[in-house]
Design a protein around this ligand. Sequence first.
Ligand code: GLP
Length: 233
Amino acid sequence: MKIIKTGSYEEMSRVTADIILAQVKQKPASVLGLATGSTPLGTYKAIIAAKADFSGITTVNLDEYYGLKPDDPQSYRYFMDENFFRHINIDKAKTHVPDGTAADPAAECARYEALIQALGGTDLQLLGMGHNGHIAFNEPADSFPAKTHHIYLDEQTIKANARFFANPNDMPKSALSMGIKTIMGARKILLAVSGADKAEILKTALYGAITPKVPASVLQLHHDCTVVTDCLD
Ligand code: GLP
């Protein structure tokens, strides 16, 4: 694992943006795995400012709340459109997010997993990390969920994310999320972690035991994982 320590959120965002921009330049037909949350917002802003050519790029997002429509301002599809896609020259048909409105969540997860494989896998996967060490919506568990799956969210995650909802009770209790094997299949992984409140869990993930109780710890096993963070000295 390569660990890049930055002095600020802005620097972390610039460094992660530069790594993604280098990937886009090197392979203009890349498949990029993208993430939501407050952490990657600065990364997306820095990429937008670079005015790079995204016309050949395909994207696959990590996850989506189950039950939210794509035009719901709290959906991850809406987040991606608003904060990134509508500011770059990407073909919207080549941007993929799991369908949170699917009547059969298991079938939707199978479709999404097959889509990623049909695209030839992900060239570079951007990840954030939750306060409990989750990546995408892979919550601490007794085993690593392999493929894209329907998952019930932890109390801690519901609490952490409910702040974005006008009525916290509207926060969905489940989500569709890439699995650990899906994520680990990416040819490159870029983990961005920001904020002093994540320092302890990040150290546990990077230097502790590899365990599904700390889902991000599995990244220690990836052959090309770069961590960019402003929360380590
Ligand atoms: C959500 C997302 C994760 C993200 C995490 C951290 O739960 N499913 O992909 O990494 O939040 O979010 P934030 O960056 O806002 O701390």
